[in-house]
Design a protein around this ligand. Structure first.
Ligand code: TZP
Ligand code: MG
Length: 210
């Protein structure tokens, strides 16, 4: 069962910090999942970085997921891919990547969640929970209440995403989430390893430490 913290990479949230730097910190903090998300780079650069992240994550307890790109995930032997409604359909990602791959899907509503689960998703990212500066087209926040609505209709793990940090992750977990997915709360933290460890404590029921 997938649960815990998914660290999503971003470059430059702290000057000089790369996708690989974020991946290394996620592994050191034993994040349950690391998603490589790069909307800027060309295919060759994506491949090169994904290959390095595969090397960093291999043999660790951190699952390696590639955002958007089934081809890159397959090319480097990632554990899975995360797709949204502008990417390949969940059933196609599942067919291409096989029965053992981790296929994540984005869902904003209970209806979308049911469709993604039926199509073969392994887990769902539901959000945005709160206002986020990390995704321009994320839409209006749906709030932690949406987690409970989704959990009522699907049997696969549900991660809250969007604007989640150390101050509000507990509210997402309390609504029934199996975990949280974060960009800025990890990739933008002064001490990434400490931030991810703290989020992991919250996500595993340890509660917020203020
Ligand atoms: N999908 C929905 S909200 C979001 C994504 C990728 C951005 C999450 O970033 P942050 O910084 O954790 O709000
Ligand atoms: Mg996408």
């Amino acid at each position: 069962m997938l649960k815990g913290v998914c660290v999503i990479t971003a470059a430059g949230l702290v000057p000089g910090r790369s996708h690989v730097d974020v991946a290394k910190a996620a592994v050191e903090a034993e994040a349950e999942m690391l998603q490589f998300r790069d909307k800027e780079s060309d295919t060759r650069a994506l491949y090169d970085t994904a290959l390095e992240i595969r090397r960093i994550t291999r043999g660790t307890r951190t699952l390696f997921i590639v955002n958007d790109r089934v081809d890159i995930a397959l090319a480097v032997g990632a554990d899975g891919v995360h797709v949204g409604d502008r990417d390949l359909p969940v059933e196609v990602a599942r067919r291409l990547m096989g029965p053992d791959a981790v296929i994540g899907a984005s869902a904003a509503t209970a209806e979308e969640a049911v469709l993604a689960a039926r199509a073969g998703a392994s887990y769902l990212g539901v959000g945005p929970m709160f206002r986020t500066a990390s995704k321009a087209d994320a839409g209006e926040p749906v709030g932690p209440g949406r987690i409970a609505e989704v959990k009522a209709v699907v049997g696969i793990p549900v991660l809250g995403i969007g604007g989640i940090d150390l101050t509000n992750a507990q509210a997402v977990m309390a609504a029934g989430a199996d975990g949280v997915a974060v960009i800025s709360a990890a990739a933008g933290a002064a001490d990434m390893v400490a931030a991810v460890r703290h989020l992991r404590r919250i996500a595993s029921g340890g509660g917020a430490v203020q």
